[in-house]
Design a protein around this ligand. Structure first.
Ligand code: SF4
Ligand code: SF4
Length: 376
């Protein structure tokens, strides 16, 4: 047990436990080749709360160090790094939330996101009906400008633009809190070599491979499907975002209004992105169900599933809108899709989405530390 644990210097019981585990692992070092967590740990002799939050955000919960560990339960040392770091990581999301009043949204995340999504969809349906004739909701339309008969483009752009700005501010404030906690200056994020290394590590999910074997499940057999599902989801999301950006350029630069024909760039990007989101999140959900319950943080189940469900619903409602826009279901599907996407945007700073941001920053810091260790 470390000195800080004895003196009870950590903010939470899980941070106390993380300090104990990292102290044991620092003596053992058997897992140093598995991921970035252990080499980063080895650069330290003592662990502040910020250090432990940094290490927790480097961990991908692949489970390899739990399966490989000779001190994991039922051994009396009770070493369970993935579960403990998952708890520390999930607590850190709430600790960095901005504004602070929104931090409790992480505690009942599944319920909060379900309510916000249901309200968001309802508001779009009510808005469509309030500003139009009710029967307009059931009019088919796949010609240019059909969507904007239900909601003017200017209103859509204003609503989503304001939500986007709010999300950027909330995420930047969360990022500042994370950097302050781990004691890393913001200028680190502008160092090109560290940044480039982190981009490569994040875009290939280098450390989600359990030391090249894959993620471990309840049957102790490693599989790489979680990594490929994460790739499909992440790149699917980026393609959908690119589709929206191209459609915005079409609207303002070329005066071309949505919906566009199936072969047009925004539709091609959105279709590929939607397929990636639906397939990727379906596999992520399946992979979540077969994880060994001993190495996951059960309290984060709601948050994990809510984020997977939101991305899945975004992809599915987008694809349904594409395929059924020439039918009377177009109005309701548009309300459903806009409601889900708006809710996804609004809840981004208060759900699992933040893991990408903090993990990327942790990877930038790790790249910097590794280089500086190399040169000294
Ligand atoms: S998880 Fe276990 S085997 Fe791996 S470094 Fe820690 S104590 Fe050693
Ligand atoms: S669960 Fe995987 S990523 Fe996390 S510390 Fe263990 S080996 Fe590293």
């Amino acid at each position: 047990m470390s000195v800080t644990s004895v003196l009870n210097l950590h903010a939470t019981v899980d941070l106390e436990e993380a300090d104990r585990l990292m102290t044991v692992c620092n003596s053992c070092r058997y897992c140093e080749g598995l991921c970035a967590v252990f080499p980063a740990m080895e650069m330290r002799r003592a662990f502040s709360d910020g250090d432990l939050n940094y290490l927790a955000n480097l961990c991908h919960s692949c489970g390899a160090c739990y399966v490989d560990c000779q001190f994991s339960p039922p051994h009396e040392f009770n070493v369970n790094v993935p579960k403990n770091l998952a708890k520390v990581r999930n607590d850190s999301y709430a600790a960095y939330a901005w504004p602070r009043i929104c931090a409790p949204l992480f505690a009942r995340n599944g319920l909060a996101i379900s309510i916000i999504t249901a309200l968001s969809v309802a508001v779009f349906i009510i808005g469509f009906v309030a500003f139009n004739d009710l029967k307009m909701l059931f009019v088919a339309g796949s010609e240019a400008g059909a969507f904007y008969r239900l909601m003017p483009h200017s209103a859509m752009a204003l609503l989503f633009g304001l939500a986007f700005l709010y999300v950027i501010v909330a995420l930047v404030m969360g990022l500042r809190a994370f950097l302050a906690d781990i004691g890393e200056p913001a200028v680190t994020l502008t160092a090109p070599i560290s940044l480039w290394q982190a981009i490569k590590d994040a875009s290939t999910l280098r450390y989600l491979d359990g030391g090249e074997a894959g993620c471990f499940n309840a049957d102790d057999r490693p599989r790489d499907s979680r990594r490929w599902a994460h790739h499909a989801t992440f790149y699917g999301f980026l393609l959908c975002f690119a589709s929206t950006c191209v459609a915005t350029l079409y609207h303002y630069l070329l005066a071309r209004e949505a919906p566009y024909p199936w072969y047009d760039l925004p539709v091609v990007l959105g279709t590929l992105g939607g397929i990636g989101l639906v397939l990727g999140t379906t596999e992520l959900f399946r992979a979540r169900l077969v994880r060994d319950p001993d190495m996951i943080d059960r309290l984060s189940m709601g948050m994990d599933v809510a984020f997977i469900a939101m991305l899945w619903a975004t992809g599915l409602t987008g694809l349904l809108l594409l395929f059924l826009r020439a039918t009377p279901a177009m109005g309701l599907l548009l309300a459903l899709h806009l409601g889900v996407v708006f809710s996804l945007f609004l809840t981004m700073p208060y759900g699992k989405f933040v893991h990408g941001l903090y993990r990327f920053v942790a990877l930038v810091r790790y790249a910097k530390e590794r280089r500086s260790k190399h040169y000294h």
